[in-house]
Design a binder for this molecule. Structure first.
Ligand code: G3H
Ligand code: 13P
Ligand code: ZN
Length: 314
């Protein structure tokens, strides 16, 4: 069942966070749905601009709608990740997405408000909800590069939500995208979340750049011919603490890519004579499902599916 993120956040707020997983292809789609159904978790499928153009946006959208038929017990939102205005409008028009993210966080405050408001207006007219961003994560967000963290300012976050009417807000608290998040100790600014929660109790926040970059996964990739050096991620035991402070959506992409990379590198190392893509694909799908189920345990979303179903009936 395809629902909005707003409905999922209302059930989760203050208790657990929903996993928002980026996917690009068929094998990820199957593993993603299997993992969430097995662990009985509501979830968010995230499609980035890059994912939409990797094969074709219609192919991705059709896969989502077909997965809904193959897995009738799944409860999920289809969300555009880091959209620009044109992509948001395209997704709103498509009739497939239940949620879009407008990311104009690299723009000055007033311009960010202006763009976000236009997207909110168009989305709400069709019953679609909007995530927006204020503050900037260090590193690359789609086409935009920020050299340093630009932490979200709580008062500005409050004003931004009033000014735009966005339904959830991505805050910069020290995470970053990709596999190289922290040099030395990791510092997540939970004090920023606390202050925002005081200003906007009950308002759903989003944590981007939340992959954990497991060291055993990186070691296996490197042992199978990879060269990923100095990688580090977010401590996943912090997810529930963040959820208590109003984080209802936690974005994970990189960790899934690492699973894909490990499975394929090990497969071809161990079977150098093989060239059938289905060989590693058959291993990847259940491995990805296992990864999703384990993540959902850490997010607290595992086991919530029946309760969400009841909640949605009310
Ligand atoms: O925030 C970025 C996501 O990890 C999506 O990555 O733009 O390479 O698809 P992508
Ligand atoms: P990671 O790179 O940490 O997986 O973050 C993904 C993300 O924030 C997608 O929007
Ligand atoms: Zn992101």
């Amino acid at each position: 069942m395809i629902v909005t993120t707003k409905e999922l956040f209302a059930h989760a707020y203050g208790k657990y966070a929903i996993g928002a997983y980026n996917i690009n292809n068929l094998e990820q789609t199957m593993g993603l749905f299997q993992g969430n159904v097995q662990s009985k978790a509501p979830f968010i499928v995230q499609l980035s601009k890059g994912a939409r153009s990797y094969t074709h946006k219609l192919m991705l959208e059709a896969m989502m709608q077909t997965a809904d038929k193959i897995f009738p017990e799944a409860i999920f939102a289809i969300h555009l990740d880091h959209g620009d205005e044109a992509t948001c409008m395209d997704c709103i028009e498509s009739g497939v997405y239940s949620s879009v993210m407008i990311d104009a966080s690299a723009e000055p405050y007033e311009k960010n408000v202006e763009i976000t408001r236009r997207v909110v207006e168009a989305a709400h007219a069709k019953g679609i909800v909007v995530e927006a961003e204020i503050g900037q994560l260090k590193g690359v967000e789609e086409d935009v590069v920020a050299a340093e963290h630009v932490y979200t300012k709580p008062e500005e976050a409050y004003r931004f939500v009033q000014d735009t009417g966005c339904d959830s807000l991505a805050c910069a608290i020290g995470t970053s995208h990709g596999a190289f998040k922290f040099k030395g100790d990791q510092k997540l600014r939970f004090d920023i979340l606390e202050q925002i929660q005081k200003l906007m109790p009950g308002y759903p926040l989003v944590m981007h750049g939340s992959s954990s970059v497991p060291q055993d996964e990186v070691a296996r990739i490197n042992a199978a011919g990879g060269a990923i050096k100095g990688a580090s991620g977010v401590d996943a035991t912090q997810f529930l603490g963040a959820a208590k402070l109003g984080v209802t959506k936690i974005n994970i992409d990189t960790d899934g890519r690492l699973v894909w990379c490990r499975v394929h590198r090990e497969f071809f190392r161990d079977h150098p004579e093989q060239f059938d893509l289905r060989g590693p694909g058959k291993i990847f799908m259940p491995e990805y499902a296992k990864f999703i189920a384990a993540k959902n345990e850490l997010l607290g979303s595992a086991g919530q599916l029946d309760s969400v179903r009841e909640y949605l009936k009310k």
